[in-house]
Design a binder for this molecule. Sequence first.
Ligand code: OOG
Ligand code: NI
Length: 450
Amino acid sequence: ARDGLPISPDVIRACFAAAMSEMYRREVPLYGTLLDIVAAVNRRTLDADPALRDRIEAEGGMERLSVERHGAIRLGTAEELATCRRLFAVMGMEPVGYYDLSVAGVPVHSTAFRPVTVQALSRCPFRIFTSLLRLELIEDNALRAEAEAILARRRIFSPALLDLLDTAEAGGGLTEAQAERFVNEALETFRWHPDTTVSRETYERLNAAHRLIADVVCFRGPHINHLTPRTLDIDAVQAEMIARGIPAKAVIEGPPRRACPILLRQTSFTALEEQVAFQAADGRSVPGSHTARFGEVEQRGVALTPAGRALYDRLLDEARGADPADYAATLERAFAAFPDDLETLRGEGLAYFRYLGRPHHRVPHYATLDDLVQSGAVTAVPLTYEDFLPVSAAGIFQSNLGGGARTHYAAEASRSAFETALGTSVADETAIYAAQQAASLRTIGIDGPG
Ligand code: OOG
Ligand code: NI
């Protein structure tokens, strides 16, 4: 782009995603190993499955697949969340979905900042799962006040970054030179700082209230806690992690292995123990350790309609509580009730599709959508699920909390409190898929129910 003209948010997002990946690879070398495993598995899977190759091509091809990642951060205050919203908006990422993790004993609620249009997703689908600590869930008043005071003192955004946010909002974007500075400054916000802002004693008290509270409150900033490449065969990646002695999570979250992948499957290697420095009274520091950062892989499948999602939630619930050793088999048995071919998923209205017309097919004007698909005049391409799953997210959180005692919170989900902190409402993910399906139907001349 010519200097002086704003560049596309998609380009800034792609630069930021690449820079984050490079930084995390340096900070957590095992993440680099995971990227190598995933690249090899994806190559093997695509070579063995030409139909899958076609589908991957339809959503952006190998270029998209090989750079595809999501990451996660945990924020401490409403102000941090509101500013993160502005920061991600510069990169074309909007808050989609509300996830309440308190029901699973994790004192946060979350959204995902992500691109929403088909075109932006195909250019760079980078997403950030963003959690806000719910200090109101700390029962001890003195401890809660102390945590609030510590968080109120920290500044996680540099003055230069805040200036660039103003510039972007006033001028409708950033020039190439500004975007480069923006990416560098944003990277600083999510960098790991081994020097904590508290004494060992404070850390320990917060840690006793909940590991996650210590992770958010005691550090200079919201360090990126994992980055997640997308694989086409998560079972192969899990097997390879185990074969290499990488500490893999016991079970894969989400639906079982299927012919037609649905929603999202996830696994991770557990958080590493890292050296940190606590502050000591005499201005010196004392060494300690903290576990927060891990690596994750995901396999994405087709997005489900509300009917499909209700069936998913019901079947997942049936398998709950099974022993890790029997879990995969139990899950597969439960999911026998979920149709496993694309035409049935489409016919029963369980999944979302994008409909693409074949311009040279002549069809009678009274043809129904099913006629058009069956005659080959129209192809139905499954819409990939671009979001997250609350039960899976809880499983990922918990596998990195050291398997300790689970905390029980009486509190309710608090979507409106989250949206107040955010300064806007979160988008409804189902509405996005439904709108994409309806828009594709209109391009082939059908005003379907969507
Ligand atoms: C986020 C855990 C959830 C996912 O992909 O569902 C998650 C965190 O640990 O901060 O990453
Ligand atoms: Ni994740």
